[in-house]
Ligand binder design. Sequence first.
Ligand code: ADP
Ligand code: MG
Length: 946
Amino acid sequence: MISGVLKKVFGSKNERELKRLTPIVQQINALEQETQALSDDQLRAKTKTFKERIDQGASLDELLPEAYAVVREASVRTLKMRHFDVQLIGGIVLHQGKIAEMKTGEGKTLAATLPAYLNALTGRGVHVVTVNDYLAGRDTEWMGSIYRFLGLSVATVVHGLDDSQRQEAYNADITYGTNNEFGFDYLRDNMKFGLESLVQRELHYAIVDEVDSILIDEARTPLIISGPVEHAGDKIYEEVKPQVIKLKQHQDRIIRSMLDNAVKGLEEEGDTDGVLELLLKVKRGDPKNARFLDLIAKETGFKKQLDKLEGQLSTDKLLPQIDQDLLCTVDENQNLVELTEKGLKLIYGGHVDDYIVPDLDEELQKIDENDQLTSMEKRTQRRMAEAFYREASERFHVTRQLIKAYWLFDRDVQYVVKDGQVVIVDEFTGRMMPGRRWSDGLHQAVEAKEGVTVAEENQTLATITFQNYFRMYDKLAGMTGTADTEAPEFKKIYDLDVIAIPTNEQMIRIDYPDVIYKTEVEKFKAVVEEIEELHKNGQPVLVGTISIEKSEKLSRMLSKTRTNHEVLNAKNHEREAEIVAMAGQKGNVTISTNMAGRGTDIVLGEGVKELGGLHILGTERHESRRIDDQLRGRSGRQGDEGSSRFYLSMEDDLLRIFGGERMGSIMARLGMEEGEPIEHGMISKAIENAQRKVEGHNFEIRKQLLKYDDVMNQQREVIYKQRREALSGESLKPDIEEMIRELSETIADRFADEKVLPEEWDWKGLREAASFQFGFHFKIDRATMDGLTRDGLAESIFEFAVKVYEEKEASFGAEEFRGLERMIVLQVVDNLWKENLLAMDHLKEGIGLRGYAQQDPLVVYKREGFAMFTEMVERIKEETVKFLFRVQIARPEEIAAREKAEQDKLVFSHGGEEAKQPVRRSTKKVGRNQPCPCGSGKKYKKCCGK
Ligand code: ADP
Ligand code: MG
């Protein structure tokens, strides 16, 4: 209450922020007349003057009013659009590195030209991030007129450009592109072998359009670049599949009898606890079981009690007891599967031990501490242990993915099978995504399940979350119509404030309350009737659905009643934009998935205003209220007439999975009749709660992802820094000498036991170790040996090694040798980093299992991840020196060929999606058994094709 009063007295924080910007807007407006008086050339010359003033120390804030007045005038002359005052405010907020919430149709594209121009004056580059390639291209062209008029360069990075085109695009003052392009270019740059082939400049300032979509919705999954795995057989899926089918059949049988017993228990009444326990088992073993869903739909009290029981048991750590009768458990919300002990036994025919992934650390330690082994034997055994570990974890991984494929992925819902291919159906837009693949072996698992050809598996070569990518910019800003609800997340994760900017014209759209039907069939019947009614009157209607399946269903129903309509399931954004743009014309019915066509303006056609403007009809509520608001926001732009309403049914996923008990009891209380909708404030509240629950859950997932990526981020920073240093052209000689010194010390530590005379030391072992590390035969004369200390030995080895090293250098020529060093460092770093990424993946996966041991998985991940990383850093030294003392020189053109060959194999994926080769293939594909193009003389698969 009090805060309400205070708000009235002092104004909300948002209002205060806005008020503070008013004088700046007045300043810009005051400059308008004199700016108008300038000739085109004079206006253009302003750019040069501003740049000079920056050179002389002027700050961007000082220049802002003049610069904004100049951009506004340039826009009037080129695009015939004069930035509204609210757009100036938006532009200032963006410059301040905040999020400007501006409703759909307020002209965010134009508002962004102000800060883009101002910040580009520094010459450090500005990135404007869009949700798709089509918009990146459109906005470059559209807004480009302003920038070009003012003498700045502008370009687009899109799918399909080669490196030199990308370099050119990034060298422009202002670069438009999608989040995926920017992120992948960053990762790719950190896989390059020459400074000259880097495409990005520094990450200076980014303006992210539709910022909620990019930094929240898409941030749930990281960007991943992957390449083929050498060892993983695709056969492994085929091998494990029969076992998983067996598992499924057994579990189905178990579930069936549990359900029978539950039904029996219900009829006899009395033993509610027993029934509940049975149902919970069913829920954990097969959450999508139709009979089970029916049962709890009928008995409304059950769902709540089940959730409560599950929560209780989970807190008490008693769930394993519930699960022990099952073979595996499946968590629909978290997309997780877990094998129980029984399941493990079934799959591995009783030989559980063979299957259990060994604790590698422990094994390695055992080997190290075994005095019976020579260092060579230790090394061999270590390699064997690692190979065994790899194989076991791979098998385990494949099994889990297959279980997911069988339990959680349904044909014609998450994917379709078309021409012998498993094609993903996009969760947000419902569109088919040919060519995209689920990562991490899931796609292969679904392929195996469907009996189509299983494609080669890939492993991660580079990965980053959007959170960590965008946090690298010196300054970050964003804009969208819907940010306010997500303000806490923007603040916490990105340190971005949200400022809500008033609309230019008052919003007059009418939002009707939701109506709810008991069944989906009734709902769609009502929807069709409503559409026909609107259509008859000529009022355009945009129908939002949450999946393509629903779009098509509705389309079929409308066709039966001969209602003309467009269905938006075009495969490209351009066509999509075209259809959406027409949605405001008289009599048009457009069916679209909620997210489709974002960024395209719907202008009302002739005579539509009188009919009430564009009507938005939602056929289901999305998990996220923000997405619903986006759909609504398509109508009522710039003070247009408009209206909106959502139709729901009790069978919708949102209500079914997250609605909770409350919803059911409200419905029961209100007395729901067949075919009769309900419209009630309490229901709207309950739905809002359900949405909040899901959003909270999704935020958790993103936070969790980020926590894990933060561990990786520290490692990534170290490695990428090391790579950049290697690339920078500085001599690596001091670093190499340092490595040689450390390695000499290591050997001395191992063999110089000062408690015994030097004669007694294990000289054979020492020479073996030196030969292994440096590839030379270490010799020492008797005289030196007498009275030798540990330090003396280290020094001798070091001197010996440095001598060999310098001879090598001399034989190659110093300059060439520096290049060789650089290449070897890069290659060693890349190879070990790649191994480390794989190991980290496995670690993360394996940690889920240790949850039972009551350890915090994140702590374990951090600790072991750090141990692995330290080990890797040591190995980088070892391997670099080892190679350097052995390997023959490679010429620059061979390096280039090698780099190409590497790039051609890459797969770029984001979340469920993968896209092959955004870079054009410029060399012919090399057969695995053909000679390697790098000229090593080895087969490709044994060399660069590794
Ligand atoms: P948003 O991204 O905020 O939804 P857009 O940038 O797509 O909006 O712009 C919506 C429409 O408004 C476009 O057709 C654009 O031409 C128009 N528009 C934007 N700003 C102005 C302006 N200052 N004067 C006239 N029309 C404008
Ligand atoms: Mg836009």
